[in-house]
Design a protein around this ligand. Structure first.
Ligand SMILES: Nc1ncnc2c1ncn2[C@@H]1O[C@H](COP(=O)(O)OP(=O)(O)O)[C@@H](O)[C@H]1O
Ligand SMILES: [Mg+2]
Length: 289
C-alpha cells in the first residue's frame, strides 16, 4: 500500500509508483548521492522494485555511481516518455543521461526547474515500490518544484555530525515541514573515521550530532555510516558498497537504514489510515510555525 502523500499537488502521483522518497540535505558534499544509491540498492536486495531519480540538475552523479556507460541514453516511448536505464538491479533516470557529459549545465533557475519538471512527469517508471530522489543541496527552487509537481511520501535528511552541516540540516527539515513533506528520518554520514591500519575509531566531526537533531525534531535516526574509503572508492568505480558485497559490514549498515526507512513509511501510513493526529509522533514530525 502506498503512503498517502502529505503534500498533494492536485493529486499528482506518478503512475505505478507507490512511494516517492526524497534524499536531501541543506548542504552539498555530505553524501546524499552516495547514500541515495546505497539505500536504493539495499531496498532492492530486500526484494523491492526500486527507481532512483537524480534530481541534481547541476551536478548529476548517479550515472557514474551506477556504472552507466557515458553516452547511454534512456529509451523513448510514444515520442514523449523516457524509459529509465536499468543498472545494478534498479531503474534510474538522470539529467546526465540527456546531456553531453562535457557540457557544463549553466542554467538559469527557470530552465533547471523546467528540465526537472519534464523528467519528473515524463518518465515511465513502470511498477515501483520506492522511487528515491537524489536531491541537489539547498532549500531553493528545485526543492520547491519537487514538492509542487508530484506527491511525495517523505524525506530523508542526510547530514554529517559537524555542527555547520547540522545547521543546514535544520534548514532542510524546516523547509520540508513548511511544504508538508514528512521527515522520515536522519541519516548520519561520515559519523566516525575508522583507521584502515589500526581500526581505531575517531569522531572527526563530533559524536551523536545526528541523534541530537533527530531527537530535537522528533524523528528517527535511520542509521550512521562511517567515513570509509571503501564507500568512496566503490561509489566512484560504479559499483557502490551494497552492490559490490551486500553482506559486508558497511552494506549491512545501509540495509538496516533502508529497513528503518520502510518502517517509518509504514508508521506514517498507519497514522494516516487511523486518522490519528500526526503531531509529535516518533517516526516523523510536522511542525507548525
Ligand atoms: N561515508 C563515506 N565515506 C567516505 N566517503 C564518502 C562517504 N559518503 C560520501 N563519500 C564521498 O564524499 C563525496 C561526496 O559525496 P556525495 O554523495 O557526492 O555527496 P552529495 O551528494 O551530498 O554532494 C564523494 O566523493 C563520496 O564518494
Ligand atoms: Mg549529490
Amino acid at each position: 500500500m502506498p503512503s498517502q502523500p502529505a503534500n498533494n499537488p492536485a493529486g499528482n502521483t506518478l503512475p505505478g509508483v507507490k512511494n516517492v522518497v526524497l534524499i536531501a540535505s541543506g548542504k552539498g558534499g555530505v553524501g546524499k548521492s552516495t547514500s541515495a544509491v546505497n539505500l536504493a540498492l539495499a531496498l532492492a536486495v530486500d526484494g523491492a522494485k526500486v527507481g532512483l531519480l537524480d534530481a541534481d540538475i547541476y551536478g548529476p552523479s548517479q550515472g557514474v555511481m551506477l556504472g552507466v556507460p557515458e553516452g547511454q541514453r534512456p529509451g523513448v516511448e510514444d515520442q514523449k516518455y523516457f524509459v529509465p536505464i536499468k543498472a545494478l538491479g534498479i531503474k534510474s533516470m538522470s539529467m546526465a543521461y540527456l546531456v553531453d557529459e562535457n557540457s557544463p549545465m549553466v542554467w538559469r533557475g527557470p530552465m533547471a526547474t523546467g528540465a526537472l519538471r519534464q523528467i519528473l512527469t515524463q518518465t515511465r517508471w513502470g511498477e515501483l515500490d520506492y522511487l528515491l530522489v537524489d536531491m541537489p543541496p539547498g532549500t531553493g527552487d528545485i526543492q520547491l518544484t519537487m514538492s509542487q509537481t508530484i506527491a511525495v511520501s517523505g524525506a530523508v535528511i542526510v547530514t554529517t555530525p559537524q555542527d555547520i552541516a547540522l545547521l543546514d540540516a535544520r534548514k532542510g527539515i524546516e523547509m520540508f515541514n513548511k511544504v508538508s513533506i514528512p521527515v522520515l528520518g536522519i541519516l548520519e554520514n561520515m559519523s566516525v573515521h575508522i583507521c584502515c591500519d589500526c581500526g581505531k575509531k575517531t569522531h572527526i566531526f563530533g559524536a551523536e550530532g545526528g541523534m541530537n537533531i533527530a531527537r530535537q525534531y522528533q524523528t528517527r535516526l535511520l542509521g550512521a555510516l562511517p567515513l570509509d574509503i571503501d564507500i568512496r572508492e566503490r561509489a566512484d568505480s560504479g559499483k557502490p558498497s551494497v552492490a559490490a558485497d551486500p553482506e559486508s559490514e558497511i552494506s549491512l549498515l545501509y540495509r538496516a537504514a533502508a529497513r528503518e526507512l520502510v518502517s517509518a513509511l509504514q508508521q506514517l501510513e498507519q497514522h494516516e489510515t487511523h486518522g490519528q493526529n500526526t503531531q509529535n509522533s516518533p517516526g516523523f514530525s510536522i511542525h507548525e510555525d
